[in-house]
Design a protein around this ligand. Structure first.
Ligand SMILES: *Cc1c(COP(=O)(O)O)cnc(C)c1O
Length: 495
């Protein structure tokens, strides 16, 4: 399978797409066509383990990798998750399920892909015959950074540098990153918000001068952000797996379409669901859930992407995003794969923070997608209501999605389609906010929050968060966006 750029001009292998991250003209790599999973193949996947299902889905795209080798890598990656199922499905009510994607090493759904990406990248370098060391640059709104650091720590021939918005991540997220162990890691706070971080990292990627400076030092740039197809591919797998779980538990018949409701920021997670649908998974609708930074809600309702708006810092920081990078891949598809049009829209977004799609394109999008959002009060109310009604505790990001799902059922009372709400983080990653939602109590300290939340919910505390308090803070550098590349050069020059 080959990969092409959403902005045209480039065609590369899967390995190359992953190693390179972004195409040379700034476009994102997409598969030349969507591989299909037949009804027989789906049936055969029923009896498989999560790792086996994941390897099957991955190999559909990455056929330049060895299938058995992929399977071994999946088994190894998902063995690092708590419990025996890396992506368990919890039934909340008739027709409403929660897909928990936070049982990995850093307690957020980013682990689903980032535990596997180091393998995909290393193997990709072998396949492409690349001899340089790899430098991974990551812009993070909180969770990607930690998951990438954990995934790549002490990986041979790789250095990783993570940038996060100084005031834009939760205390737990910051602590998780700044205490990261490993000899090949660097963590840098940036004066600005996530969009500033992401734009600056993209600029480094697109700069010929930066590439030359790094090449002098024997480094090749790559990305662990969700623009990398190596992030997207493992995410497609859990949509398949959760569907198969519903069938094996007798909740639905094979072939019955279901809905997913996804807490969305950069549009990577929900895009993976769309890819699963295009591959033949019986998916009806995809509900895109935002917080108050509801640029996607408006886009899905009006066909106009307008980032000229106030940026809010919310209790779901991983969704505090106004420029959703992965939407470019959807735009490419709904424009009939028109690379020139996609490039021009992305240019309008860059220069004027705005673009629109045609009425036909919007109708096309709305065949599958609709959007909604939750304000801060609604997140609290939703977490509280679900906790009272069912005893289930969810985090703030999942709270946004649950609110959108509840609204959907309010408006569509006769709808009997099963809904899977995707849960993207452990409640213990945002302990104070979740504690407040569940009990009305405010505590200042995150670890006190964890303790009280545990007392209130009796949910097990992930060990990686409980032990964080005793770790040493290793990183405290703060830079402005213009100085990010200087920091990169300093880091790669370290021995
Ligand atoms: C990253 C993240 C999201 C947003 O996912 P996208 O793929 O960027 O849309 C939602 N919730 C949590 C907890 C996250 O870490």
């Amino acid at each position: 399978m080959n990969f092409i750029s959403t902005r045209g001009g480039e065609k590369v292998s899967g390995a190359r797409a992953i190693v390179q991250g972004l195409s040379h003209n700034g476009g994102l790599f997409v598969p030349e066509k969507f591989p299909k999973v037949s009804a027989e193949e789906l049936e055969a996947m029923l009896s498989m383990s999560y790792a086996e299902r994941a390897a099957k889905v991955l190999y559909k795209y990455l056929d330049d990798y060895d299938e058995k080798d992929l399977l071994r890598a999946c088994e190894e990656a998902y063995s690092r998750f708590d419990g025996d199922d890396p992506a368990p499905l919890v039934k909340l009510d008739d027709g409403v399920y929660v897909l928990e994607l936070f049982h990995g090493p850093t307690c957020a759904f980013k682990d689903m892909a980032l535990t596997l990406l180091p393998y995909l990248l290393r193997k990709g370098c072998d396949i492409c015959g690349i001899k340089e060391d790899i430098l991974i640059l990551v812009a993070t709104s909180g969770d990607t950074g930690k998951a990438a650091l954990e995934g790549f720590r002490d990986a041979k021939g790789v250095k990783i540098c993570v940038f996060y918005p100084n005031d834009g991540v939760s205390k737990m997220q910051k602590l998780q990153m700044c205490t990261q162990e490993g000899a090949n890691v660097n963590v840098v706070a940036v004066k600005g918000n996530f969009d500033d971080c992401q734009t600056a990292v993209k600029n480094i990627f697109n700069s010929v001068e930066c590439a030359a400076e790094l090449k002098k030092r024997n480094y090749l740039l790559s990305s662990a952000n969700s623009i990398n197809f190596g992030r997207l591919a493992p995410q497609i797998a859990y949509y398949f797996s959760s569907y198969l779980d519903l069938v094996s538990c007798g909740q639905i018949e094979m072939g019955t379409p279901i809905d997913f409701c996804v807490p969305t920021g950069n549009f990577g997670n929900i895009l993976a669901a769309y890819y699963a649908k295009r591959m033949g998974l019986p998916v009806r609708r995809l509900h895109c859930a935002s917080n108050m930074n509801n640029v996607l809600t408006d886009f899905l309702a009006k066909g106009e992407y307008d980032a000229r708006r106030e940026f809010y810092k919310t209790t779901s920081p991983s969704m505090d995003i106004l420029i959703s990078s992965n939407l470019e891949r959807l735009l490419f598809e709904i424009s009939g794969r028109d690379a020139a049009l996609t490039a021009s829209r992305m240019e309008q977004l860059r220069t004027g923070k705005f673009y629109s799609v045609t009425k036909e394109e919007q109708a096309d999008i709305n065949e599958t997608f609709d959007g909604g959002f939750a304000n801060e009060e609604e997140v609290v109310e939703t977490i509280y209501d679900v906790f009272c009604d069912t005893g289930y505790t969810m985090d703030t990001h999942t709270g946004c999605a649950m609110k959108v799902a509840v609204d959907w059922f309010e408006k569509n009372k006769k709808d009997t389609t099963n809904m899977v709400v995707v849960s993207t983080a452990s409640p213990y990653k945002f302990p104070q906010d979740v504690l407040y939602a569940v009990t009305g109590n405010d505590v200042r300290d995150s670890f006190k929050g964890i303790k009280r939340l545990h007392a209130a919910t009796a949910m097990a505390v992930p060990k990686s968060l409980a032990t964080l308090r005793d770790k040493t803070v290793r990183f405290n550098v703060v830079v402005s966006p213009e100085k990010m590349f200087d920091e990169v050069l300093r880091f790669v020059s370290e021995k």
